[in-house]
Ligand binder design. Sequence first.
Ligand SMILES: Cc1cc2nc3c(=O)[nH]c(=O)nc-3n(C[C@H](O)[C@H](O)[C@H](O)COP(=O)(O)OP(=O)(O)OC[C@H]3O[C@@H](n4cnc5c(N)ncnc54)[C@H](O)[C@@H]3O)c2cc1C
Length: 440
Amino acid sequence: MVAIRDLLKGCSASNKHVVIIGNGISGITCARNIRKKSDFFITVISSETEYHFSRTALMYVYMGHLRFEDTKPYEDGFWAKNKINLLHKYVTKVEASNKTLHFSDGEDFKYDILIIATGSKPNKFGWPGQELRGVQGLYSFQDLRLLEENTKEIKQAVVIGGGLIGIELAEMLNSRKIDVTFLVREKHFWDLVMPEEEAILIEKEIKSHHINLKLGTELEEVLSDENGKVKAVTTKSGEIIPCQFVGLTVGVSPNISFLNDSEIKIDRGVLVNEFFETNVKDVYAIGDCAQFTSSINGRRSIEQVWYTGRMHGETLAHTLTTIKTNYNPGPWFNSAKFFDIEYQTYGDVPSIISEPLNSFYWEHPSGKMCFRVVFDIQTHQLIGINVFGIRMRHEVFNRWLTEGKKIDYVMEHLPEANFDPEFFVRYEKEINLQFNKELV
Ligand SMILES: Cc1cc2nc3c(=O)[nH]c(=O)nc-3n(C[C@H](O)[C@H](O)[C@H](O)COP(=O)(O)OP(=O)(O)OC[C@H]3O[C@@H](n4cnc5c(N)ncnc54)[C@H](O)[C@@H]3O)c2cc1C
């Protein structure tokens, strides 16, 4: 590892020192884009891994589809070649009044511009037994290591929390032939986000992979064996489920506790305006850990997804090197995979659709594909789209949403949005036939 003294040799008074805490997608994108457009002295700090890796690919390492090495989008030599210094250290404190960072090993580090890109950490809600051996969340490289350790030769696992990481973890454990019980507090899977039909479709997919999905079921306690290792969980309804592993996947929150005693204002995340500026001059925050003080384009104040982190990084780099630029994301977009079913969502698809909105829903008889379009009853304007099992083009829906296209236009031009490879069966005709029957 490079010593701080050696690292700082290249930093001169004429050269601003930009320090980024966090080597995830937001911090790394920002560093790369600053490098492209400036000769700033750049240092990226992370306590997790020395080199950036793709967090969204972690599951494939556990499932044996990739080696960890394959999750690194850049060769190790890329950073030195591009004069981006890397420090593998943990920041315990930011002293903004004299632009100094303190590390857990007792060393200090000066910056001119500080970018906080420290991501998220898994939530824990104080359940009895949550600290037992064999109980963990899934976020970091270290969590992946621990998961390997914790799931060696086990037979039964319980996953708590029905969101995106929960279903990934269930799939990961399932791939190793571990019996998984999946506890979801809500009436349906991810029903705070998805309409009921989509939620039920995914529930069927989960069950078809022999996961014991228990809806409307809450964790009460994790029980210990005589060696301090998990042996079972109890639910609020009094059921005892034997297991040797518990995955806690009940959401994430900004990883910012090291800022508790700093001058930088925090709430759930680091508070920023549309330029990613905090209340302290020359200190910015981006990615999962940033919380906007006012809503931007009607979007949530904290965006915990990969592609928005990348956009944050690009936008801030542009401000720091070229011209002050506000964050102006287009319509909301997200994608994921639920076992074998790919999911894409564009714009706004509320979990409960009521006036002034209406929606049209189509589902293939196989139960593996569906399509929903949400529109305004009065204006007929497109509001949002959910699509499962059929690949659609992001840029087409993005354009239609931005241009405020009407529902009739969208349905008529649906084939333009299809992204499935050649010779894949197409479903636009079927979708349109049902649409015409129900809504025209
Ligand atoms: C298993 C999993 C699957 C996911 N799948 C998807 C998906 O399919 N699609 C999607 O859009 N999103 C997905 N996400 C979410 C996505 O990965 C995150 O939104 C994104 O990675 C956040 O990027 P970031 O740069 O803000 O922070 P992070 O990637 O969290 O990086 C922050 C880094 O800062 C480091 N750090 C924190 N504090 C300190 C400190 N004090 N000192 C030094 N270093 C520090 C952390 O250790 C970490 O390395 C997934 C997340 C997980 C965990």
